[in-house]
Ligand binder design. Structure first.
Ligand SMILES: [Zn+2]
Length: 353
């Protein structure tokens, strides 16, 4: 039997209650959580799920934002698509693997990726997989129907026959339908709802009626606040309407969007959300971990659950903290992550000291 003991302040259950414990993991399952007296300076947190990425554009990392959003990222001729088409497959795979390693080392063990490039694009991400982090691949242009894809990741809805058919086919195959909507304008919101999606990405320009509809139809909403600010589709805490989405009872998840502009760093995304939108540490962390539901998983730390967590060193800060979860997210960040334990095969990561 493979047994691991962890000792530190763990954030337990769905409410992330901090308790100083000794945690025992047997063959990947948390089998015991016992109170501990000694303080170790370690924090044990549920793993992050990054609910929206485009890791293919790792190959265009830190491209200057010097033209309108559409000219940068819209298919088929936005700058990122030109760069993607020009990139050899082996280079694309190695770049995507790099972003997966970056995410995993920061405590992210699952992510939902909009994978461009049809069936080849989906195959390239499958080939790039590393142990420890699970990609929920959302393909397009036929890629969504391959065995490796979990569903469709549609750029925007325009009421085109091809989009409606693609969404229907994905549903028929029992797969997810996800679509960007309401990022820079409201006109693509209604067409997106008409596709009856499982997930809407952005919702930056959502109005009251859109919030109500997402809640009533149980459509998950993925917010990417740093991307929205960088790309100039918001300049206030009213957009996206984070507080209203939460108050309406929507399922809200957090993503980092295009790797070309935003590092896929969930601690940094959480810190930004808390600063700009004044969400509580618990609300924030729930958004940053809840996306595991998209693949039928969870990272809640409780007895009997699979171990899907990471360990941070507190750098002495915990002694002063009145809110350890806030300290973890806003002061420590990904650099403090020392160990990641993931349910994906061979997924134990330990940073070399
Ligand atoms: Zn996106």
């Amino acid at each position: 039997m493979n047994t691991i003991h962890l000792h530190g302040t763990a954030f337990l259950g769905a409410d992330f209650v901090p308790e100083n414990v000794e945690l025992t993991i047997n063959n990947g399952i948390i089998t015991d959580i016992s109170p501990a007296r000694e303080i170790t300076g370690k924090l044990i947190l549920p793993a992050f799920f990054n609910a929206h990425t485009h890791i293919g554009d790792t190959v265009a990392m830190d491209t200057q934002i010097d033209r309108p959003l559409k000219e940068l990222v819209a298919p088929p001729n936005g700058l990122k698509h030109v760069i993607l088409r020009e990139t050899p497959r082996d280079k694309l795979i190695s770049a995507m693997r790099h972003s997966m390693q970056f995410m995993y080392a920061g405590g992210t063990t699952g992510f939902a990726d909009f994978r461009e490039g049809g069936t080849d694009g989906v195959a390239a991400l499958s080939a790039a997989k590393i142990p420890g982090i699970h990609p929920v691949i959302l393909g397009r242009d036929g890629g969504e129907l391959t065995a490796e894809a979990a569903g469709l990741g549609l750029s925007n809805a325009h009421r085109l026959e091809s989009e409606i058919e693609a969404a229907a086919a994905a549903k028929k195959a029992g797969k997810l339908v996800a679509v960007h909507a309401g990022e820079g304008a409201v006109k693509d919101i209604e067409p997106a709802f008409e596709l009856e999606p499982d997930v809407i990405i952005h919702a930056t320009q959502f109005r009251k009626e859109d919030i109500r509809r997402a809640a009533d139809e149980d459509i998950a909403v993925v917010l990417c606040p740093r991307s929205n600010w960088l790309l100039g589709v918001t300049d206030s805490a009213k957009k996206p309407p984070v507080r209203e989405l939460l108050d309406a009872g929507c399922r809200v998840y957090l993503g980092t969007d295009n790797v070309m502009f935003v590092p896929p760093d969930m601690s940094a995304e959480c810190a930004f959300l808390m600063t700009a939108y004044k969400t509580t540490p618990e609300e924030t962390f729930r958004m940053a971990t809840g996306g595991f539901a998209l693949c039928g998983q969870s990272s809640v730390i409780e007895n009997g659950a699979q171990a899907n967590l990471f360990v941070m060193e507190d750098e002495g800060l915990l002694a002063w903290s009145r809110k350890p979860l806030a300290t973890a997210l806003t002061r420590l960040g990904r650099g403090a992550v020392k160990t990641v334990i993931s349910p994906v095969s061979e997924g134990i990561y330990c940073k070399k000291q």
